[in-house]
Design a protein around this ligand. Structure first.
Ligand code: FAD
Length: 446
């Protein structure tokens, strides 16, 4: 087990090193950018990515699918930029093997590259449970540019026949963004969610209900408490329907699997690095081999794995400093806020959803304007929030939560957001604004 927070000088890299980064995705690319800003960057850097395109903003695949953005807008840097920076870039080749003894990797193209330091930034892949029919033509995932292009092609091919039917399995962030993208491309879309609500990891029942109402009003069919049993094929062997455990059959010209992600750890496992759900790292993103680091969705720190970029950016800061030979504090796990990238839907959430006995719950619901806010406090400190509709104060709430600030002084105005709450914090003796008494404010005991 790697020890946490190690800063032993013997393991600090020197400048005259060849750093090899495996994976040219969000984490690998951000690490590269960060390193290039540093004076003491490793003297030689090679980036090897399996995808054919240079790094792009994966987050924007959703607006790309929805037809709200052009492909070029996703590119983070073109290939010329890497050459200008003196970075060797290998695209379209998968690293197949790490020889830790020889400090050498081998790619699918037969290329062998030796390294002094290696970074695994291999991300994750869509989770595919052992459900019959998932290998049928017409079954898609939504992870990379090729997936987005395949979904666009599919919707365009079906447009001539009235749009076609899509079934999206998974009602989390990714599933909803895929579903809305396909709907905007003219498909009739059903979402099958195993839980009792959409985005069950981020939203309480009320907010999820508001979201469901909004999406349903756009024509999306939402099936909660729905369990996929198997996929059925037509006479040509193409997917034709999704059979649920309760017997319902949803006709489908295409099915998108969006039930979660599985970290890409095969490479690390074969190299006999310590791997749990993902590659186990210490607070300096060092694996069980001091010459090999991992970050992003392929790493696991303190039992946590990752699926959003915010914590990954924090990891990048730590690892870049470390690789540049700087002494740096270790990565610290911090809460992450979530937003949904569906145009016209505004929601913001962080922290726990379920209240425990020692939580105070503040809620505000204005059905007329479609605004909903629910705050979870413990000892006057904000631990979680769900905002739907007007989310302007979301980042401010999040900041207060991260700071662990005692908000007791502004408790009565807290639900009205930053503008009403901050004056009470700044002048603790002032009174609560009058309008709070006329508001649709509710308080619940947890
Ligand atoms: C459609 C979509 C929308 C998203 N929206 C959001 C959002 O709104 N907010 C948010 O915070 N997060 C969002 N995410 C998640 C976010 O994109 C990921 O958390 C982030 O990309 C993880 O970065 P990563 O570098 O670890 O993995 P990736 O970005 O997946 O990069 C890993 C790269 O490594 C390559 N690779 C893997 N194995 C090898 C190998 N053996 N050899 C060579 N290369 C290899 C892969 O091909 C890939 O290019 C979204 C993800 C998707 C798919």
């Amino acid at each position: 087990m790697p020890h946490q927070g190690s800063t032993q000088d013997a393991t600090l890299p020197t400048r005259d090193e060849h750093l090899v980064i495996i994976g040219n995705g969000m984490a690998g690319h951000r690490l590269l950018e960060s390193l290039l800003d540093k004076q003491a960057r490793p003297s030689r850097i090679t980036v090897i990515g399996e995808e054919k395109a240079p790094a792009y903003n994966r987050i924007l695949l959703s607006p790309l699918l929805a037809g709200e953005m052009e492909r070029d807008a996703l590119t983070l840097r073109d290939t010329d930029w890497y050459a200008e920076q003196g970075v060797e870039l290998v695209l379209g080749e998968r690293v197949m093997e790490i020889d830790r003894q020889a400090h050498r990797i081998t790619t699918s193209g037969g290329r062998q590259v030796t390294y002094d330091r290696l970074v695994l930034a291999t991300g994750s892949q869509p989770a595919m449970p052992p459900i019959p029919g998932l290998d049928l033509p017409g079954v898609y995932v939504f992870r990379d540019l090729d997936d987005a292009a395949a979904l666009v092609d599919c919707s365009q091919a079906l447009a001539a026949e009235g749009g076609g039917r899509a079934v999206v399995i998974g009602g989390g962030l990714l599933g909803l963004e895929a579903a809305e993208g396909l709907r905007k491309r003219g498909m009739t879309v059903s979402i099958v969610q195993r839980d009792d609500r959409l985005m069950n990891r981020q939203l309480d029942l009320t907010a999820a209900g508001l979201l469901e109402g909004e999406l349903a009003s756009r024509g999306l069919e939402i099936i909660t408490d729905g369990q996929l049993d198997h996929l059925e094929a037509d006479d040509q062997g193409h997917v034709a329907g999704a059979r649920l455990a309760d017997g319902r059959l949803l006709a489908a010209d295409c099915v998108v699997m969006a039930i979660g992600i599985t970290p890409n750890v095969a490479l690390a496992r074969t190299a006999r690095l310590e791997v749990n759900r993902a590659v186990v790292v210490d607070a300096h993103l060092t694996s069980s081999d001091p010459a090999i680091h991992a970050l992003g969705e392929c790493c696991e720190f303190d039992g946590q794995t990752y699926g959003l970029v915010e914590p990954i950016w924090q990891q990048v800061e730590v690892l870049a400093a470390r690789l540049a030979g700087e002494s740096v504090d270790g990565y610290v796990e911090a809460p992450t806020a979530t937003k949904l990238k569906v145009s016209g839907v505004s929601l913001y959430a962080f922290g726990p959803i379920e209240a425990t006995d020692d939580h105070e719950v503040l809620t505000y619901h204005d059905p007329e304007h479609g605004d909903y806010r629910r705050l979870l406090l413990r000892d006057g400190r904000l631990e979680g929030a769900v905002l739907y509709g007007d989310t302007a104060s979301g980042p401010w709430y999040f900041k207060q939560s991260l700071a662990g600030r005692d908000l007791s002084a502004c408790r009565q105005a807290l639900l009205f957001g930053k503008a009403d709450a901050t004056p009470l914090l700044d002048t603790p003796t002032s009174n609560t604004p009058n309008h709070t008494t006329d508001s649709p404010l509710q308080e619940e005991a947890a």
